[in-house]
Design a protein around this ligand. Structure first.
Ligand code: ADP
Ligand code: MG
Length: 360
């Protein structure tokens, strides 16, 4: 108690601030980003961990682990601990966070005490899941850990006026989840989280190749097709891509040329599900906020926002302007970082934990 006046003293705070590391983390289902105050994004790597099956110890984390996925030798397995948007593999997530936080430290010139960290969690996660993220962050070496709902961080990173009385809306399409949220006055007015996003689109393409061409392709090939010629709206110029895989009948390697029209057809079910969820959210949005959205438009973030033609498609369906945030894949990390920069004003945007809840 006696120390409080000293710790709350602005000069002490300023002094401590010089040495402490403030970090915003986007613990995404597909990619993990670490944003260090005054330095920007120092880590941007796939949320992958390669594990030795015998010892259960990680042998590679991040880009290196994704590189070996799909080609793993018998004694190694590569996993994505956050695949469905929540921590399904607690220890592995913790190891991954620890590795990334330590790596972020490497970028400092002076030995710095443990950092203050803000981490994004998907909206609507349970108390147990929130606690798991909090515990994993603390166990990974944070001095203080705070949680923020991903759509809130995303909106902050995109520069939406979430703390003001104006209404705004963000659609964040990641790997495992799509999050739709409407904000006003620093709060989330309504949100939708669905487990249809980039990964599901990759699976759609795998399924399509199997059904139409008896061709078995890998997840990375499917993702590449999606990023290169995938679309949600007819393109000015339709394109082609050569799929390489194994013919399921002959068992032999085969290359098949597919068109962007076919890929659009393959993606249609997932895209339609996402569009329907967004329409649903618009449907429940109070009219005053709809009026604001008609002025400001709806913002898209996350890697899925880069799917060609998605903006046009949504614009046609929603009759509202839809725009992609600047650098959509870094919005959550930048937004999480912003909270620590302006902690006194923005801390009310954080989510709390109930006392006494436990993850395990
Ligand atoms: P998360 O927040 O879940 O980690 P990200 O926001 O990093 O996800 O987005 C990753 C997803 O975005 C992946 O499914 C990836 O395939 C997809 N993606 C990235 N770039 C593109 C693109 N140009 N077109 C379509 N999808 C893309
Ligand atoms: Mg994300």
């Amino acid at each position: 108690m006696a120390f409080n006046p000293l710790i709350n003293n602005p000069i002490t705070k300023w002094f401590l601030g010089l040495f402490s590391l403030d970090i915003g983390i986007d613990l995404g289902t597909a990619n993990t980003l670490v944003n260090v105050r005054n330095k920007g994004i120092v880590i941007n790597e796939p949320s992958w961990v390669a594990i030795d099956k015998k010892t259960k110890r990680p042998v590679a984390i991040g880009a290196e682990a994704k590189e070996i996925a799909g080609r793993t030798p018998a004694n190694i397995t590569a996993i994505r601990p956050l695949r469905d948007g929540v921590i399904s593999e607690f220890e592995i997530t913790e190891a991954m966070l620890e590795y990334f936080i330590a790596k972020a430290h490497e970028h400092s010139f002076v030995p710095i005490p443990s950092p203050r960290v803000v981490v994004g969690v998907p909206s609507g996660v349970t108390e147990v899941e929130k606690r798991a993220v909090y515990d994993a962050t603390m166990a990974a070496g944070a001095r203080e850990a705070f949680l923020i709902e991903e759509p809130m961080a995303s909106a902050l990173g995109a520069g939406l006026p979430v703390a003001e009385p104006l209404g705004s809306m963000v659609i964040d399409i990641g790997g495992g989840t799509t999050e739709v949220a409407v904000f006003s006055m620093g709060g989330i007015v309504l949100s939708r989280s669905l487990r249809v996003a980039g990964d599901e689109m990759d699976q759609d393409i795998i399924q399509y190749a199997r059904n139409k061409y008896n061709l078995l392709i890998g997840e990375r090939m499917a993702e590449k097709v999606k990023m290169t010629i995938g679309s949600a709206h007819p393109l000015w110029e339709e394109k082609t891509f050569t799929l390489r895989g194994r013919n399921l009948v002959s068992g032999l390697p085969e290359a098949v040329e597919v068109s962007s029209i076919e890929v659009r057809e393959a993606l249609a079910a997932s895209v339609n599900t996402i569009v329907a969820a967004i329409k649903d959210a618009i449907d429940e949005t109070p009219p005053e906020i709809i009026a604001d959205l008609m002025e400001s438009g709806v913002c898209m973030a996350g890697g899925g926002a880069l799917l060609q033609g998605l903006c046009e498609r949504l614009q046609e369906e929603l009759k509202i302007r839809v725009w992609v945030a600047e650098d959509p894949m870094t919005c959550v990390a930048r937004g999480a970082g912003r909270v620590l920069e302006d902690y006194d004003n923005l801390r009310r945007l954080l989510v709390g934990l109930e006392r006494g809840s436990t993850a395990r």
